[in-house]
Write a protein that binds this ligand. Structure first.
Ligand SMILES: C[S@@+](CC[C@H](N)C(=O)[O-])C[C@H]1O[C@@H](n2cnc3c(N)ncnc32)[C@H](O)[C@@H]1O
Length: 233
């Protein structure tokens, strides 16, 4: 409000709805974009052990990563799929409400000083190679390999407003719903339900669950701790 000389809260609301630039800045201020590669490594281990084999039965795989922030989670999934020989027949749709972090995600350039932590995570997640095989280091930054980036589509999508845009075998939405109230969580879960194929997987991660969702009964649990569910037919 200071930056734009807005004197009262009710005026902020009006201006945000009219001015796209201020709206975008507001989204950037408001969203929390903390993320890391192979965050919660046990989650990736579970995906590898319990889900990948079932994904492999599809000739063509579509995955949606909702609330992907600056892309570290997306590239972690791409690495996992590459190691399981599935990346070349997968398209990953990675979306977020925040355009600025999506731009970072598209570039695939991260700070070198994060790599030690990410390497540890990768090992704990059951990574099969050397983590450094996946990037090129230069001037304190790393650029992720192009082969990881080629099957990823990054785009803006607002879980509160936008509709389903495809049918997926796997949807990941981790550390996003915690910022939503119950009604909005329920809306997002309904959107995921509508966007999954029969027997599609929904992965929410260990901080979230289907607790407040009226779709709870339409999913079976695959991993209780990592909150991975399968859509009933
Ligand atoms: C804490 S980050 C989680 C990143 C990643 N999924 C992870 O677990 O590391 C939460 C992300 O959700 C996004 N987000 C918040 N509200 C959203 C909405 N309504 N629609 C889509 N994305 C949203 C934020 O912009 C942010 O990048």
């Amino acid at each position: 409000m200071d930056d734009n000389k807005i004197d009262a809260l009710h005026n902020l609301g009006k201006i945000i709805l009219k001015d796209e630039v201020i709206f975008e800045k507001f989204v950037q201020e408001l969203t929390i974009n903390v993320t890391e590669m192979f965050r919660d490594p046990i989650f990736y281990k579970s995906l590898r052990e319990k889900i990948v084999g079932r994904l492999a039965t599809y000739p063509f795989i579509k995955i949606w990563i909702a609330g992907c922030a600056s892309g570290e989670e997306v590239y972690s999934i791409a690495i996992l799929l590459m190691e399981e020989d599935l990346l070349n027949r997968t398209v990953i749709y990675a979306t977020d409400i925040n355009q600025k972090v999506l731009q970072t995600a598209r570039e695939g350039i991260y700070h070198m000083n994060e790599m030690q932590k990410y390497t540890q995570n990768y090992i704990k997640a059951g990574g099969k190679n050397s983590f450094s095989d996946y990037y090129m280091a230069k001037y304190g930054s790393v650029l992720l390999n192009k082969s990881l980036r080629q099957n990823i589509v990054f785009s803006v999508h607002n879980l509160a407003m936008d509709k389903s845009f495809n049918e997926f075998q796997l949807i990941l939405c981790r550390n996003v719903l915690i910022y939503f109230n119950q009604a909005l969580q329920n809306k997002a879960i309904n959107l995921f339900y509508d966007s999954l194929c029969p027997f599609g997987f929904l992965a929410l991660g260990n901080k979230e669950s289907l607790l407040f969702s009226d779709k709870k009964k339409d999913f079976d649990e695959v991993d209780r701790h990592e909150k991975i569910y399968i859509k009933k037919n």
